[in-house]
Design a protein around this ligand. Sequence first.
Ligand SMILES: Cc1ncc(C[n+]2csc(CCOP(=O)(O)OP(=O)(O)O)c2C)c(N)n1
Ligand SMILES: [Mg+2]
Length: 348
Amino acid sequence: MAVAKTKDADQVAEERSPAAAATQAGPIAEFTKEEEFQALRQMLLIRRFEEKAGQMYGMGLIGGFCHLYIGQEAVVVGMQMAKRDGDQMITGYRDHGHMLACGMDPKGVMAELTGRRGGYSKGKGGSMHMFSREKNFYGGHGIVGAPVPLGTGLAFADKYRGNDNVSLTFFGDGAANQGQVYESFNMAELWKLPVVYVIENNRYAMGTAVTRSSAQPDFSKRGVSFNIPGVQVDGMDVRAVKAAADEAIAWCRAGKGPTIVEMMTYRYRGHSMSDPAKYRTKEEVDKVRTEHDPIEQVRARLLAKKWASEDELKKIDAAVRAVVNEAAEFATNDPEPDPAELYTDVYR
Ligand SMILES: Cc1ncc(C[n+]2csc(CCOP(=O)(O)OP(=O)(O)O)c2C)c(N)n1
Ligand SMILES: [Mg+2]
């Protein structure tokens, strides 16, 4: 029997773009003044850090792969605002923002990017391989989809130990088409594991648009056949992310099993530093930047509510830039690993 198709994939993708997501009436967490400032500082830290990393890459100070998170800041910051100590976070290679949101030291992250001793992996891991047990950040993984079974495993450990921690497992729209994702979904629901699957739908997997790679571009529905509930969220509005995260985390903590939050977001830069991003138009990027930028949204609210003046906002930006400059300075002058370290920390 033929399955009736009501809409074509392009139409669905258009309806589910960040622009459309912003007009949808999902729950929005009303932020206090303190929360608005917290979100602003965190997102600015990620934005300025990534801009600096981009510059340092251009100067030849960073080698290898480097995937910037610019544009997607509201996703990790909103999730972070809803989590509590003990909850774990794990993601793929677009990971600097997650580390900073978890409270990892910008100096240690930047020094890892430049391959220096003071980096989180002693300068031997680079952009995609950093971890912090202290901050419950479990990487940093270069293999697309890998964080999904690993994050599910973290949730299994939580359940096994009888605590009520939750695993926040981040992956992309491209990763969502992998087989290991669905094996993980099955086990997670079967065993009611406390894992929030955060699908960061930034509309592209390298140069491939969601509509060209995904038979079902509505990622919030990807758990349907496993009985895993899912919601779609305006991932450019940190308040919407926080509201969805609050619900998702409460669901997991209550022992109800896994859940999916699909974050409609957008990356402003190419896939990695070596991608000129010719597969999309400048207009498309500019439209999201000018109409939906997550940081601008907070700035505008702070000004409209008269919770901050332009001057105060400039001072916050300057303070954040100072932290990032200090990290860059450290990452430029810290020595490279001793050659004797070549065979240490290596699995043999
Ligand atoms: C198993 C595996 N296959 C392919 C790649 C190459 N690769 C790196 S990133 C990427 C695209 C993933 O896109 P998405 O999951 O949407 O994440 P985004 O880069 O948009 O954050 C691919 C195919 C890889 N690293 N690992
Ligand atoms: Mg993607």
